[in-house]
Write a new protein. Structure first.
Length: 541
């Protein structure tokens, strides 16, 4: 009788032979693909379980992805007395200077309610009482005072609901002459433009689809429930119209991003049905993977978000962007994780590696190696604490501050890792050894912020804007063609650019849609951070 362990001992050749027999059967293509995926998944799972470093936590992460970068509640123990003394010194000095323990948990301020100033899209109505005016006597008969304006109105918020897309029906009377049979239709009210689709309807569809990840078919169901049906195909046509109107600004933002000082880039997978069909005819040595690259370009004080979907990886998409870079500029800082596909080798860049990715190597091992990982994570936490102190500093001041405070921390940490290898206290091929080797191997990139002004610590901002792509993929599943993917990339990029710069995307897209001629003629005056003067000028005209 075979044991549970013996049942997993299946040779890869046997599995591949079984796949060949399954693929030769008379089954549907979808069934064959599903069976093949299930068998290969089972085989990969068997190999993971056979790994000496396998654990339930690692297995769960490999199957379902990382759930969070937060540390587990592990006991804070240092690997040796020296490290404990070194890590305790900053806390002791903080207590001596301030008179209290800075590490103690502080209560969260505030009550959780949003202030009225957060509702920037709410219509504002000023209310005054005709019987109560500044300068009149107090209504209290026993009081002899007069009323004055406090300049602090009491605020009452009232919320209403409506369909995403509303509609108004105009029944125009039609008269016809009894002699010549000419038909005369009553005119629309003067305040009603003759266009069927208002710009607000187009922008609303684009915002719900590409800003919130709501699929067309779900919006269609919601609209039908409100009594205002809106077909999927009509929604797509309106989004194409929005993309056509805002393309001049999007093209200008791309050219500006090419001259950026800092470029962040990262990938996530995407489904494009037309390319997936092409994959069936591509050779074994041809690329078949599909991904969306998110690029965040820092141009001065502004941030530009770009998306590129297709077969190229992040490094290739950043390389294509740098082809537009004006000559004579200094090499930009390129931030990313250590995957080779995230880097371009055709252009000179200052390589900055993501410190958060190095940190995740130890987060996954904290339960297995609490002492060693606890020390590393504590040191990195202190580095990020120094980064928080640089808020409001200039690039030069930030660099000097990091060199003075973070430099000794990183030097101590990397020296401690080298000492662990030299004393043979860690096995190089173990999970902990691989995490240590990662930090050693990418030392130059991980510490660029100590040598270069403006160099970021991590690539979190690129991963942040990738969440919108993941949400779209989760809800809408796929793009039908490359045209759909490019339309989504354009609109998502513009919406995320507004969010990164604190701009209300609804107001901005509405302004572009209602001034398409001016936007096409002078896109530089209609960027997210400078469009208000042009908008006021057009309104005055």
């Amino acid at each position: 009788m075979a044991t549970g362990h013996d049942s997993l001992l299946v040779e890869r050749a046997q599995v591949e032979a079984l796949l060949d027999r399954v693929e030769s059967a008379h089954l549907l293509d979808d069934d064959l693909s599903l069976i093949a995926r299930l068998i290969r998944s089972w085989l990969a799972l068997s190999e993971i379980l056979a790994d000496k470093d396998a654990s339930l936590a690692r297995l769960r992460k490999l199957l379902f992805g990382p759930s969070s970068d937060k540390r587990v509640k592990a006991p804070k123990r240092q690997p040796d007395t020296l490290a404990a003394e070194q890590s305790a010194q900053p806390a002791q000095s903080a207590v001596a200077q301030t008179g209290h323990d800075a590490t103690a948990r502080q209560p969260r301020p505030g009550h959780g309610r949003r202030p009225a100033s957060s509702y920037t899209g709410a219509s504002q109505v000023f209310c005054s009482d005709p019987d109560l005016q500044p300068g009149t006597s107090c209504p209290d008969q026993l009081c002899t005072g007069t009323l004055y304006d406090t300049q602090r109105p009491a605020i009452f918020l009232r919320f209403t609901g409506q369909p995403v897309i509303g509609a108004t029906r105009f029944d125009q009377q039609v008269l016809r002459c009894s002699a010549c049979l000419t038909r005369y239709t009553a005119r629309l009210p003067e305040s009603v433009p003759p266009e069927k689709w208002d710009a607000s309807a187009d922008v609303a569809i684009a915002m719900w689809k590409y800003g919130c990840g709501l699929p067309f078919y779900r919006l269609a169901r919601a609209q039908a429930a409100f009594g205002i049906p809106l077909a999927d195909s009509v929604q797509w046509e309106r989004c194409v119209e929005v993309a056509r109107s805002v393309r001049p600004v999007s093209d200008l933002l791309e050219r500006m991003a090419a001259g950026a000082d800092i470029l962040h880039g990262d990938d996530t997978r995407v489904r494009i049905l037309s390319l997936m069909r092409e994959n069936k005819t591509r050779g074994a040595d041809e690329r078949k993977g599909l991904q969306t690259t998110a690029i965040v370009a820092r141009v001065g004080q502004h941030r530009i978000a770009l998306y590129r979907s297709g077969r190229p990886h992040a490094g290739e998409n950043i390389g294509a962007l740098l082809e537009l870079r004006p000559p004579g500029l200094d090499p930009p800082i390129q931030m990313g994780d250590a995957l080779s596909r995230n880097w371009t080798h055709e252009f000179t860049t200052l390589v900055a590696k993501c410190l958060s990715h190095a940190r995740r190597q130890f987060i996954d091992l904290e339960t297995s190696f609490p002492q060693e990982t606890g020390y590393v994570l504590d040191v990195l936490a202190r580095v990020y604490g120094v980064e928080a102190e640089t808020k409001g500093m200039s690039a030069g001041e930030r660099l000097l501050h990091h060199q003075a405070k973070s430099g000794p921390l990183m030097e101590e940490l990397l020296g401690w890792i080298e000492e662990r290898f030299a004393q043979k206290l860690v096995e190089p091929n173990s999970a902990l050894g691989k995490a240590f080797s990662y930090a050693q191997r990418h030392r130059e990139g991980l510490t660029l912020f100590l040598r270069q002004e403006g160099a970021p610590l991590d690539n979190n901002i690129a991963e942040l804007i990738l969440k919108l792509v993941v949400l779209h993929r989760k809800n809408s599943m796929f793009y039908r063609s490359m045209r759909g993917a490019k339309t989504g990339d354009l609109l998502m990029g513009l919406i995320e650019t507004c969010r990164l710069n604190g701009i209300v995307a609804w107001d901005y897209l509405l302004a572009l849609m209602r001034n398409t001629r001016e936007v096409s003629a002078r896109p530089a005056q209609w960027l997210p951070w400078n469009y208000h003067p042009a908008l006021r000028q057009n309104r005055a005209a």
